[in-house]
Design a protein around this ligand. Structure first.
Ligand code: NAP
Ligand code: MG
Length: 403
């Protein structure tokens, strides 16, 4: 069999620790024997980020803008302990934060569903994808403690120096607290377009919810921007694709989500997304089965696993002990990126390879062959725990039969 060729390069962002080990195994065992991998390689491992003063992260994001598709390995976000462990020049920022700021993207997280692992909400038979708006609100707030006898006001000074004031509260007889929040039309519009584009891409309904009945200007602005952009730019495309845009109140949305069977994208304001993505991920089972894709409003895609570098397993690996780390989310980051590359380049054999690789991965787990995290969850009677590398070899065996 001749290898599949790639027309345009894929941006490859390597990473850290156990996921860096898995990254190489996936390429060696499941990709390079079948594809003439054409990637532009950026080493985002912490050692190289430190050597380049983090320039490599910026370069990789700019390359993603240029080529349109990237696949990223999990990376360490340094903290005080990592400063000594890696002898860092600076506490470099989170690469995901840097990349997201350059691409102006929205993160979509979706679980991979397999037979034998039932979500804690058993009616969820299809994935629920959460899109979290990653700008503003309580994450960029200004807060104060206020002492008794004070009056708190909201003051806006316009370009010409005119002030508009509103009283927040008169703290006549007690101390208290206040908080200033903001968002921008620009960021909300980008978020809306990323969500509408992604819904069209995966052909799933889009749900959005806020508390506009209580927050008649702030949350209502989110609702209006989504609706205006939908009506002007997406209503026809949604109709053609046979999907819907559905707006409701956040509390109604939560009730509907719990009663639903899944199979849609749930766009959330920043705080709702923070809380609800952890709730949904936990209910679906394992972090090792959660994928993540960053989508920019102009249609650039960066695929990754939702989990981190699995440090605890890496330290075991370094001591020469056997690991059983789940590679599915990292593998699906690769297949997502390869499929998208195939679609954009009009090379269907690349997209078909990605489909087959996903199918055989799911089949492997449904045959009872899985890593430790899933053994603990699976209800299959014939389940068998394999190590990190054996799992990939089992996928390969099944893939060979399908090619
Ligand atoms: P983590 O790497 O996601 O791992 C937390 C725990 O979840 C693991 O110890 C393991 O539990 C389980 N787990 C996660 N992924 C797994 C997998 N693929 N297979 C099996 N078990 C898995 O989170 P963390 O330990 O909080 O963070 C480690 C490093 O990753 C940090 O330096 C952090 O900055 C970084 N991080 C990066 C990203 C990213 O690049 N997107 C995201 C999050 C965190 P058991 O130990 O119980 O087996
Ligand atoms: Mg959270």
């Amino acid at each position: 069999m001749s290898k599949i060729k790639m027309v345009t390069p894929l941006v490859e962002m390597d990473g850290d620790e156990m996921t860096r080990i898995i990254w190489k195994m996936i390429k060696d065992i499941l990709l390079e024997p079948y594809i003439e991998l054409n990637t532009e390689y950026y080493d985002l491992g912490l050692v190289h980020r430190n050597e380049t003063n983090d320039q490599v992260t910026i370069d990789s994001a700019n390359a993603t803008k240029k080529y349109g598709v990237a696949v990223k390995c999990a990376t360490i976000t340094p903290n005080a302990q990592r400063m000594t462990e890696y002898d860092l020049k600076e506490m470099w920022k989170s690469p995901n934060g840097t990349i997201r700021a350059i691409l102006d993207g929205t993160v979509f997280r979706a679980p991979i569903i397999v037979k034998g692992i039932t979500p804690l909400i058993p009616t969820w038979t299809k994935p629920i994808t959460i899109a979290r708006h990653a700008y503003g609100d309580v994450y960029k707030n200004t807060e104060m403690r206020v002492s008794k006898g004070s009056k708190a006001e909201l003051v806006v000074t316009d370009e010409s120096g005119n002030e508009t004031r509103e009283t927040i509260h008169n703290f006549a007889d007690t101390d208290g607290i206040i908080q200033g929040l903001h968002n921008t039309d620009k960021s909300i519009s980008s978020f809306a377009r990323s969500c509408f584009n992604f819904a069209l891409d995966v052909k799933q309904d889009l749900w959005f919810a806020t508390k506009d009945t209580i927050s008649k200007k702030y949350d209502h602005r989110f609702k209006d921007i989504f609706q205006e952009i939908f009506d002007a730019e997406y209503a026809d495309k949604f109709k053609e694709a046979g999907i819907e845009y559905f707006y409701t109140l956040i509390d109604d949305a939560v009730a509907r989500v719990v009663r639903s069977e899944g199979g849609y994208i749930w766009a959330c304001k920043n705080y709702d997304g923070d809380v609800m993505s952890d709730m949904v991920a936990t209910a679906f089972g394992s972090l090792g089965m959660m994928t993540s894709v960053l989508v920019s409003p102009d249609g650039v895609y960066e695929y990754e696993a939702a989990h981190g570098t699995v440090t605890r397993h890496y330290y075991k690996h370094l001591k020469g002990e056997e690991t059983s780390t789940n590679s599915v989310a990292t593998l699906f980051a690769w297949t997502g990126a390869l499929r998208k590359r195939g679609q954009l380049d009009n090379t269907p054999e690349l997209s078909e390879f990605a489909d087959k690789l996903e199918k055989t991965t799911i089949q492997t787990i449904e045959d009872g062959v899985m890593t430790g995290d899933l053994v603990a969850l699976s209800k299959l009677p014939n389940k068998r725990k394999v190590n990190t590398e054996q799992f990939l070899s089992e996928i390969k065996e099944r893939l060979e039969k399908l090619l």
